[in-house]
Design a protein around this ligand. Structure first.
Ligand code: AMP
Ligand code: ZN
Length: 115
């Protein structure tokens, strides 16, 4: 855990979060400023600042984040209508919280390219 990381504090229960899912390696919670009817953040329990900081040994963890997103999406009836999965890596891509998080967005239509 990183003492000054917002998402580490949510995972540790030190600041409130609306938990959606947890297991030994992955934690998911509702985004505080949802950009779609479903907006869930799926994060590793371990503090990893950006996608750049994942190593070759993190292949299973990276896959588990996606599979948890798939499971939450299916549970919310989004499997057929569709959903978007997004990682913002570094400030230039819009990353504002430096603990890796996968955005699961669904329940509305999305355009491409993203903004
Ligand atoms: P990003 O811009 O990709 O780093 O995404 C950070 C996300 O974290 C944004 O969608 C924020 O709305 C969300 N966020 C910030 N603070 C909190 C919080 N306390 N609880 C839940 N989500 C948060
Ligand atoms: Zn963290």
């Amino acid at each position: 855990m990183s003492d000054d990381c917002l998402f580490c504090k949510i995972i540790a229960g030190k600041i409130p979060g609306r938990k959606v899912y947890e297991d030994d390696a992955v934690y998911a919670f509702e985004d505080i400023n949802p950009q779609a009817p479903t907006h869930v953040l799926i994060v590793p329990r371990r503090h990893v600042a950006t996608i750049n900081d994942l190593g070759d040994g993190d292949a299973e963890l990276a896959g588990r984040l996606v599979l948890v997103a798939r499971r939450i999406a299916a549970g919310r009836g989004l499997a057929e209508s569709g959903y978007r999965l997004v990682y913002n890596c570094q400030a230039g891509a819009g990353q504002t919280v430096f603990h890796v998080h996968l955005h699961l967005l669904g329940g509305r239509n999305f355009t491409w390219p993203p903004g």
